[in-house]
Design a protein around this ligand. Structure first.
Ligand code: BMA
Length: 350
């Protein structure tokens, strides 16, 4: 009789894997939808009481997307899906949503007693960042567009820093190569400024050359804000979307403490490699189960389905501890301020 090993199969490439795919992947597909849907992917995720709530991007056969709420008690199965779009584009009142709403990220902001949803409003002038607020995922209040095109991959932090809200986002400069991750601040969640680059797309051979963008909202840990981000490498065979990790300072999230040199998750399974856009893993939500220290990451597979992977928070933090600290911080203003301070010091010393 053949003996079955109880050990995890060793990955053929020899790298230790931080994330494990759920055996039942993909956990949601268009076939699960209560109404006609072409693809379901890139979902925001949160724990609301004893329910896992997903805000799933659903694309119809026009190519336009809306958001649909799916609820489950174990976060894996028996999803109860709203029988009509939960958050549909409103092109009459919000012309920036003419081509749909996409890729939401949700953050519980305790001070407001609400979830803040950052999503991509797809306007004919380009994608931009809009915010909406809800406390039940049944009714939604739009705060409106907050960052002009082209911009996406945004999420707000759950609390203020020096009295200001903070948001991560990814503008695309026109005519320039490279799209980087930025951080901005706001006194009221409506007006955003003090924009600065948080970390940059690398170049050339790097896995995260050309474009990077935030995945799920930053997760507060004892060691800093944990960030999962996607990096895009454009190859002769198309774009590859893979994931890396970073850690931001707890009280100054504009400071990057660590960033992984290697990707930590990449398209390998058939539902990640084949679909509307092959070779894409694209997470917009994760949930930490505090008692077990397990993180559930919900991600789009090949812009077609929704999949789940888990990781131990302690493993991610151990891994990050060995990652390099960026040599220089890339935001211009503090550097200018430091230089200003230094020259003032020089003047005062004379
Ligand atoms: C990004 C976004 C995502 C999508 C990804 C891969 O730019 O548009 O919605 O999953 O590309 O196609």
């Amino acid at each position: 009789m053949e003996m079955k090993s109880t050990e995890e199969p060793k990955a053929p490439h020899g790298y230790a894997e931080l994330f494990q795919r759920h055996v039942g992947n993909p956990i949601l597909t268009a076939l699960d939808w209560p109404y006609p849907a072409h693809t379901v992917f890139n979902a925001a995720a949160c724990q609301a009481g004893d329910e896992t709530v997903l805000l799933v991007r659903v694309e119809d056969r026009r190519g336009h997307s809306h958001l649909a709420v799916a609820r489950s008690n174990d976060g894996v199965s028996h999803w109860r899906i709203d029988d009509k779009p939960s958050f549909a584009p409103d092109p009459i009142n919000c012309p920036e949503e003419e081509w749909g709403v996409e890729d939401p990220r949700v953050t519980w902001v305790a001070e407001r007693g609400n979830w803040i949803i950052a999503y991509t409003a797809y306007s004919p002038r380009g994608p931009l960042v809009s915010l909406a607020e809800t406390n039940d995922f049944k009714s939604f209040d739009r705060l409106g567009p907050v960052l002009p095109p082209e911009n996406k991959d945004a999420a707000v932090f759950p609390r203020r820093f020096n009295n200001r809200y903070a948001m991560i986002h990814r503008p695309v400069p026109s005519g320039k190569s490279g799209a980087h991750v930025w951080i901005s601040y706001s006194p009221d969640m409506k007006h955003w400024g003090d924009h600065r680059i948080l970390f940059q797309a690398r170049q050339g051979a790097w896995w995260d050359a050309s474009k990077i963008g935030l995945g799920p909202p930053p997760l507060e840990t004892a060691e800093g804000w944990l960030v999962l981000y996607h990096g895009v490498r454009v190859t002769a065979g198309g774009s590859l979307y893979r994931l890396g990790l970073a850690l931001l300072d707890l009280e100054d999230p504009g400071r990057v403490l660590r960033r992984s040199d290697e990707w930590v998750f990449a398209p390998e399974a058939p539902y990640e490699c084949h679909g509307d856009v092959g070779d894409v893993v694209f997470p917009c939500g994760w949930i930490l189960d505090k008692p077990t220290g397990t993180i559930r990451v919900y991600y789009g597979g090949a812009d077609t389905c929704l999949a789940l992977a888990t990781a131990r928070l302690s493993d991610l933090l151990d891994y990050l501890r060995d990652c390099p600290a960026p040599q220089t911080q890339q935001h211009a203003r503090p550097a200018v301020r430091d230089e200003h301070r230094a020259s003032r010091r020089r003047m005062l010393n004379h």
